[in-house]
Ligand binder design. Structure first.
Ligand code: GLU
Length: 552
């Protein structure tokens, strides 16, 4: 009776019961075994690479059959920034992670299990706390900050088992309705605490989907459920939300592992079936200074911010491949065996995740991205480059959109064949990589090799200018250059030259190298014949002429 009176004293405005909410948010109708997961960030606007990874893991865990939703945990108003939600949503979207339901912006959301923003769920939390009070499992605590500090000091001197409010330190555990009412009437502030049934020597066991079997001390703390302003703590809110949103798998950073006893106790006391937990180790980075490993840090590492990858122009597909590589070590083997297989066909599994924390490896990401980009078709490359350039490189955007056909011809060089060229790892490399295709970006510098004399260069270019045939077939191109080489005293094949170096000035490769530098400025480019076909006869002649004049 007293508990009932207490609950009515504390929550006179709350008229819904847990049973009402159970009916409002019924079990989901999903195929057998389908998983429901979530990504639950604070709306800080900043998306850390580790958070992207957590969201990736959650979305992959839900897979095709399940539901992956975005919940905004804004109970800590200090961490909030303006438009933080849309910042996180867009950050995820850039990498192809699009929740099935949940928050979409500061104001919009979709799905039948909302609101998905915790600050809009206070009435729900209160209904459950009211019920706990009514069942004698929660109570108002009027302790002041000073009193709590005093208890901490006392616990230190008494060498208490653990610090915090529990057992004999929990001053208001057995407060009467009368006292509570008097204090409330006197305007005293209070929080609502759990009356933890945990025993000091109690242990709990559970199986974490990533870390395996865990045995850990049970919770004995009378943790805060509702803060003074009536908002819930993270612990309490997440339990209510994960239950009512019918979450089956909680995937989150392993800094929460030590809180599981609190969470499991709350699930139990509230009469909810606990979800499965999967605690993800943080992404680590090699620390040059200490030669050890440390967490990827927002402060020290620019690549910790997801915006870094968008700015650099790593395609979403490549970043996803990289994320999968660090998520499941067997992915790379699978990929080798299924070269053309789509990432969605790979069976992601939580128990194949690294328990200790994957090592971040920029070189590997870049390599994966090169391979990924090499497999894209011309049209896709064109679209992705222009999308990126529109945002980050106005000059490149203008160049490739003013003549889309020309740009597509450039991007199609050594693409779509059996062994596509793997050169570009990110879109920010495109402008420089193809700079010689546009006068605006071609700086005219000719990076000659050292081993051909200027006189020979001149002879090669003058000779080539004469035989250059823009309509010639691909297979005739190199034999012609070989003929020219031989006529100028170069060996027709590198092997021939190696066998008798004193007999030649060099070999056909040196000759084509001179032509290549004259046309592109560089010694190393994709297929020169295709480059010349793309540039067109006028431009090729102009470049040859300029180079010839520079040698005279
Ligand atoms: N809001 C929590 C965080 O940002 C979420 C933890 C969880 O996923 O349960 O760390």
């Amino acid at each position: 009776m007293d508990n009932l009176t207490m609950s009515q004293l504390l929550f006179p405005e709350i008229d819904k019961t847990p049973a009402d909410y159970e009916a409002i948010y019924p079990a989901r109708e999903l195929p057998e075994g389908a998983k429901v997961t979530r990504f639950a960030p604070s709306p800080t606007g900043f998306l850390h690479f580790g958070s992207l990874f957590a969201a990736f893991v959650a979305s992959r865990t839900a897979g095709r059959d399940g539901v992956f939703y975005l919940r905004i945990e804004d109970t800590d108003k200090k961490r909030e920034v303006e438009n933080g939600v849309i910042g996180m949503v867009n950050g995820l979207k850039q990498f192809g992670i699009i929740p099935d339901e949940g928050a979409e912006s500061e104001t919009a959301e979709s799905g039948a299990y909302g609101p998905y923003t915790q600050s809009r769920r206070t009435h729900i939390y209160k209904a459950y706390v009211k019920d706990l009070v009514e069942r004698g499992l929660a109570y108002p605590c009027f302790m002041t900050e000073e009193e709590i500090a005093g208890i901490r000091a006392r616990q230190e001197s008494e060498k208490a088992l653990i610090p915090g409010i529990y057992g004999k330190y929990a001053k208001y555990r057995d407060i009467t309705v009368g006292e509570a009412k008097a204090r409330i009437d006197a305007g005293e502030e209070y929080v609502i605490r759990l009356k933890s049934p945990g025993k000091p020597d109690g242990r709990i066991k559970f199986k974490d989907e990533v870390k395996g079997k865990i045995e850990i001390a049970e919770n004995i703390l009378d943790i805060v459920l509702l803060k003074k302003d009536g908002t819930p703590t993270y612990h309490f809110a997440h339990v209510i939300d994960d239950h009512l949103m019918r979450t089956t798998h909680v995937t989150r950073g392993d800094e929460w592992l030590s809180s599981v006893p609190i969470h499991l106790q709350l699930f139990y006391l509230l009469g909810f079936k606990a979800p499965k937990y999967a605690h993800i180790a943080p992404i680590m980075k090699e620390d040059e200074k200490t030669n050890g490993k440390r967490k990827l840090s927002k402060r020290k590492d620019p690549e910790a911010a997801v915006s870094y990858y968008a700015e650099a122009g790593y395609p979403a597909g490549a970043v996803n491949e990289y994320l999968m590589t660090i998520a499941n070590s067997n992915y790379e083997d699978w990929k080798r065996a299924n070269k053309t297989g789509a990432i969605d066909d790979f069976a992601f599994s939580l128990n194949k995740m690294s328990k200790a924390g994957a090592l971040f490896d920029m070189v590997k990401l870049h390599d994966i991205s090169k391979t990924y980009i090499s497999t894209l078709d011309t049209e896709t490359v064109y679209n992705l480059v222009s999308e990126w350039a529109k945002e980050y490189d106005g000059q490149l955007y203008n160049l490739i959109t003013r003549d889309a056909d020309y740009a597509k011809r450039i991007f199609s060089i050594e693409r779509g064949n059996k062994k596509p060229r793997k050169d570009i790892g990110k879109w920010s490399e495109v402008k420089d990589y193809y700079s010689y295709f546009y006068d605006e970006t071609f700086d005219g510098k000719l990076g000659w090799a050292d081993d051909v004399s200027d006189a020979d260069k001149l002879a090669i270019l003058e000779g080539y200018a004469k035989i250059y045939n823009p309509d010639g077939a691909a297979e005739d191109w190199f034999p012609q250059v070989r003929e020219l080489a031989v006529s100028l005293g170069f060996a027709g094949a590198p092997k021939e030259y190696k066998q008798n170096p004193d007999a030649f000035k060099g070999h056909v490769g040196d000759v084509s190298g001179v032509i290549r530098v004259a046309v592109t400025g560089r010694l190393n480019t994709p297929d020169l014949y295709q480059i010349m076909q793309t540039l067109g006869a006028d431009k090729v002649r102009e470049r040859l002429e300029t180079a010839i004049n520079s040698l005279k």
